[in-house]
Ligand binder design. Sequence first.
Ligand SMILES: Cc1cc2nc3c(=O)[nH]c(=O)nc-3n(C[C@H](O)[C@H](O)[C@H](O)COP(=O)(O)OP(=O)(O)OC[C@H]3O[C@@H](n4cnc5c(N)ncnc54)[C@H](O)[C@@H]3O)c2cc1C
Length: 459
Amino acid sequence: MSDGMGNEPISIIGAGLAGALLSITLARRGHRVRLYERQDDMRRVQVDAGRSINLALAARGIRALELAGVMDRVQPELVPLPGRMLHDLDGALTFVPYGQRPEEVIYSVSRAGLNCILLDAAEDAGVELLFRQQAIGADFTRQRVVMQSDDGARQTHEIPMHRVFATDGAGSVLRRAMVEKLGVACTEDLLVHGYKELTLPPFPDGTPRIDKHALHIWPRGGFMLIALPNVDGSFNVTLFLALTGPESFETLNSPDSVDAFFAQHFPDVRHLMPDLAAEFLQHPTGIMGTVRCQQWSVDDKLLLLGDAAHAITPFHGQGMNCCFEDCRELDALLRDSQDWARSFREFESWRRPNTGAIADMAIENYLEMRDTVRHPKFHLHKALSLELERRHPQRFVPRYSMVMFRDDIPYALAHERGRIQNEILDALTQNADTLAAVDFDAAARMIEARLAPLPLPTR
Ligand SMILES: Cc1cc2nc3c(=O)[nH]c(=O)nc-3n(C[C@H](O)[C@H](O)[C@H](O)COP(=O)(O)OP(=O)(O)OC[C@H]3O[C@@H](n4cnc5c(N)ncnc54)[C@H](O)[C@@H]3O)c2cc1C
């Protein structure tokens, strides 16, 4: 059946964060959209909302949500996080602001809450939602996607490969079909570290047990614990740790071993989590990795988008933000052209270097979060970065700020400028242990020579 624009309906496979937002942007352009999801409708039935209970939302994600007209609905669900709260072994706390302007904050948001808002908005935009429909394969010769409906009988059926968007996440069936059947080059690099999610409940009256307006980090060198607040005063706590080895998820396999591990490494938070050992042993250990795929589209038929195209590790809090930016940038290309194949090609050739850059920066950030933050030089570099930004606001913007607060700076540019800025910081702090000892004339010379002016922030 054809829609009012003379086109077949568009199919989106996977109604997670990327698929739901994409369906809204396409429907708002006047297309008829069908959104297929293998799970039940999470607004009516409790389903596994996927990885991580809450997420950090930043400028790139917010901009895309605004363009899709859903930010008003999302706003009440946000907890602002102006900085990191570092917990050392003795329980001493150090607050490190993320930026230096009032608007330079990130936000904690419930994954399921956000996904439900997007599904409601998709329905309001006229998207047809089809649950318990799983893509199980693809036939590129006959141009069909093979689906299985889980309505008790597990029936299979096919949908035409006509403008299919694969937003089926990091383990994408459609990406793997492209690899197997079309010989597309793709790597899936699993990290040797995994993660475990735990709960830090509020006091009975709803008061949070730790400061609600910070992303808490317990950096311990080879591993770390983090906590993100929820609107109800609870925290979602995540342990990132090696999967195997002497101190690993493999060895934390009894209530005593879990308790002893937390008592040794996280004594200040252990007693705040009453169900610690039980949750630890019940909850699954998640795995993380980076997907780098050399081809995201098949003519004008199929496009991978979101984690399906470029899953990254979570250490920069950018996976979802990056997926939302995908939706916004694709929308801009489709606005300017009726040629789908060309838009798909342009999308992947512009996005791939950028998603590759954020994948690299996410891995680099893991080392920073779990280890580098413990060293005095880190704090000097942070303070100096902010001072250089005050003195040279158009040329020196800390890398974290470019990634999290500047949606007008592509990831690849942030990565490249961040590398140069690091060299400048290293040079300036080689013989300086305090800000007062830094040679700011030399700094000005280096910055003018090596960092071209950036455009002024667009918001
Ligand atoms: C521990 C952790 C913490 C994270 N923290 C952050 C953060 O703070 N900030 C941030 O920006 N990002 C974060 N991320 C990354 C973020 O979760 C992902 O980038 C984001 O969820 C990707 O969205 P997606 O829609 O592409 O994929 P998914 O969210 O995985 O959604 C895929 C959807 O497709 C469905 N599906 C899968 N297979 C099929 C199929 N065969 N047929 C039909 N449907 C299918 C799934 O059920 C799901 O609904 C984190 C990730 C992890 C693991």
